[in-house]
Design a protein around this ligand. Structure first.
Ligand code: GLY
Ligand code: MN
Ligand code: MN
Length: 431
């Protein structure tokens, strides 16, 4: 099997937490994602709706979950609907979840075929006082395409207009931000696969290779280590391209004397990693490149020291930027006197460090959380400061993934080389 079986305890535990957070006598309904079309009969490989995966482990299209923990009848407390398999599907698409397999994956005893969903729902929906439905409410989500959950919300409101409807996402966003130990193992596995890709790339890079070839080295290592692929579209940019924050074309050759910024992470079993490393094309940083590199690394370490439980994200970002401002003054990029009288609404630091330092990571790369709340133990975040100097064709970002602990954070990428000297030594060893 490509992925080791995930212990069903993960999904049993997430459902227990969900039950604790619902109003009394509530029902929750979550649908899978659709398979999205491309052209003619082409389609994008299925990518499961994260909330459904989080509570059931069902990684298959056309699945639905009804959760009604206060139901009088035990058989109505948890029902997972999956697409009925048959010989035709087995021949053309291969193995799908059988009822037995669906129970094994999810720990849910009652499995029904998806085509019976409407009938079964009709038989039980009116017993519930509240109906929680799921939608993607991420603050930067763009929703030009109606999802299966969106369609269901519309239909359900039409069929059952007098139900008390509730939003599920404020609950799931909070629950999903605190990672279960099994989730942390899965993210660690994704980080370890990313490490393998990075070490391979350190051996491969030299002047004249294509950014796309570096991308190919990563995907080769990811796939052979059982990842389904990139957690997000990879960024591999040399020289000036490293200053383009969302550069994904990866279509230039890297040049002697430049630094390449690589923001590349593997997924594993739908959990994600998110790494950035910046390495010298010829294996050796110039003094200037190393100064900028070490300023970014110090900022990353400082950020790690203040990314603590109870700290509000906005205060954290402000403190990291204040630290970065000092580094930019040290590099001669910001004038200390001008900094004293700068317009707060146009901070000087933004010219060279224009993005956030951290985001949650898990089933989504920019994972959900309760954005009003401070950081908490058990959350997994990236730490990713960067300095982008367009006039020097130099962009450096470093990014690791950490778990917030009581006393200190655990770096899930602690084994991935990051010191400038270590990067140089590894690259020299491969010449
Ligand atoms: N790779 C996306 C990010 O770093 O946020
Ligand atoms: Mn990244
Ligand atoms: Mn990131």
């Amino acid at each position: 099997m490509r992925y080791d079986t995930i212990d069903q305890q993960l999904f049993i535990d997430t459902r227990k937490e969900l039950a604790k957070n619902l109003k009394p006598n509530s029902m929750v309904i979550i649908h899978s994602n659709d398979i999205y079309p491309t052209n003619a009969d082409g389609e994008i490989p299925h990518h499961q709706y994260a909330d459904l995966l989080y509570f059931t482990g069902a990684d298959q299209e056309e699945s639905v979950f009804i959760f009604y923990p206060d139901a009088k009848a035990e058989s109505q407390r948890e029902i997972l609907f999956v697409r009925e398999t048959n010989e035709h599907i087995a021949i053309w698409e291969g193995e799908k979840l059988t009822k037995e397999k669906a129970t094994e994956v999810s720990g849910i005893k009652r499995i029904e075929w998806a085509h019976d969903f409407d009938k079964i729902l009709k038989g039980m929906i009116h017993q519930a006082d509240h109906l929680y439905l799921s939608s993607n409410e991420h603050c930067r989500a763009q929703n030009p395409v109606e999802t299966r959950n969106d369609r269901f919300i519309k239909q359900c409101k039409k069929d059952y207009p007098l139900m008390n409807y509730e939003r599920l996402s404020p609950i799931t966003d909070r629950l999903r931000s605190i990672k279960h130990p099994i989730e942390i193992e899965l993210i660690q596995k994704a980080c370890d696969i990313t490490e393998k890709g990075f070490r391979r790339v350190l051996e491969f890079v030299k002047p004249g290779v294509g950014e796309w070839e570096i991308e190919a080295e990563f995907i080769h290592e990811f796939t052979r280590n059982k990842s389904k692929g990139f957690a997000y579209t990879p960024i591999v940019g040399g020289g000036h391209n490293a200053c383009v924050l969302h550069y994904i074309a990866n279509n230039c050759e890297v040049k002697d004397g430049d630094v390449i910024l690589m923001d590349v992470g593997a997924e594993y079993a739908n959990w994600n990693s998110d790494m950035t490393r910046s390495i010298p094309v010829n294996g050796k940083f110039t003094d200037r490149q190393k100064d900028v590199y070490n300023a970014v690394l110090r900022t990353m370490r400082y950020a790690d020291s203040i990314l603590r439980p109870g700290v509000y994200p906005a205060d954290y970002q402000k403190d990291v930027r204040a630290f970065m401002e000092k580094e930019l003054i040290g590099l001669g990029l910001i004038d200390a006197e001008e900094a004293k009288k700068q317009d707060e609404s146009k901070p000087l630091v933004s010219k060279y460090f224009m993005h956030g330092t951290s985001h949650h990571l898990g089933l989504a790369v920019h994972d959900v959380s309760d954005t009003k709340e401070p950081f908490a133990v058990g959350q997994v975040l990236t730490i990713e400061p960067g300095i982008y100097i367009r006039e020097e064709n130099l962009g450096i970002r470093l990014e690791n993934n950490v778990v917030i602990g009581e006393e200190s954070n655990t770096d899930l990428m602690a084994n991935i080389p990051i010191e400038a000297d270590e990067i140089e030594a590894l690259m020299a060893a491969n010449k």
